[in-house]
Design a protein around this ligand. Structure first.
Ligand code: NAD
Length: 254
């Protein structure tokens, strides 16, 4: 352990599996005390059980529900006082042709992928502003940077998450609190199984197809996203805000 996050406390939404779980375990290995939240408590308990030194605590929370977020934030404030790092990772996906997707699907994704970030950030920012330091790390997507086929509601919500990150960063810039977004490409998580179901493909077949669409020729491991999230939560990134950083299997180069 290098302890790059020693003495810090963090909240990671959607921390029961996939990218959120990898981030929580990486944060704990670097010495941070973490709360992981999502709607499925059993998954969260598993993340907590795998973390070193009891550093991860599971607290159920639905980021699309005001009272659930308030309840979780009250509990975290009791445990930690305030938090140094908020990772807005919880997200949901939808796929299909534009003319086949009901408007309601756009609202559902926006509630979680955009307004979820707003609810969680507003719950923890007052403490960060009071202390004059903190990091907000939003997990957006390459779907927030450029067009993606058959994913209009997801793409629209992730463009929203990228715009929100930049606006938050601008307003927070002089306060000592940073706000950045990570934009992953294709990552090997249960979300890809859901994607496969939606398009009627076998999971492994879909993974192979997605890998072929990338310059690297492979999909990413969640730990590769977690490594960047460690940097963005650490003091090493204190001069960086408003950035949208692609870890994109080579799909986005700039
Ligand atoms: P996943 O489906 O494996 O995990 C998502 C997590 O979010 C789950 O723990 C789920 O319970 C939680 N969640 C969903 N809705 C929630 C809600 N209303 N309240 C609280 N928690 C909720 O997905 P993942 O691949 O690990 O994705 C994590 C993030 O990364 C998402 O924002 C996703 O859009 C983004 N992302 C994923 C990929 C990929 O290829 N897997 C690519 C780009 C971006």
């Amino acid at each position: 352990m290098t302890q790059r996050l020693e003495g810090k406390s963090a909240v990671i939404t959607g921390g029961g599996r996939g990218i959120g779980k990898a981030i929580a375990l990486a944060y704990a290995r670097e010495g941070a005390r973490c709360v992981v939240t999502s709607r499925r408590f059993e998954d969260l308990e598993q993340t907590a059980a795998e973390a070193p030194d009891g550093l991860v605590t599971a607290v159920a929370c639905d980021v699309s529900d005001d009272s659930s977020v308030k309840e979780m934030a009250d509990r975290v404030h009791e445990m930690f006082g305030g938090v140094d790092i908020v990772v807005n990772n919880a997200g949901i996906h939808a796929a299909g042709r534009f003319m086949d997707i009901e408007p309601e699907t756009y609202s559902r994704l926006y509630e979680v992928n955009v307004v979820g970030i707003v609810r969680i950030s507003q719950a923890f920012l007052p403490g960060m502003l009071e202390r004059g330091r903190g990091s907000v790390v939003n997990i957006a997507s390459t779907a927030g940077l450029f067009e993606s086929p058959g994913q209009a509601p997801y793409n629209a919500s992730k463009h929203g998450a990228v715009g929100l990150t930049r606006c938050m960063a601008l307003e927070l810039a002089a306060t000592g609190v940073t706000c950045n977004a990570i934009c992953p490409g294709f990552v090997d998580t249960p979300m890809l199984d859901g994607f496969a179901d939606l398009v009627g493909a076998e999971s492994e077949e879909l993974r192979a197809q997605l890998a072929q669409r990338t310059p690297m020729g492979r999909i990413l491991d969640p730990s590769e996203i977690a490594d960047l999230a460690v940097y963005l939560g650490s003091d090493e990134s204190s001069g960086m805000t408003g950035q949208t950083m692609a870890i994109s299997n080579g799909m986005r180069m700039s």
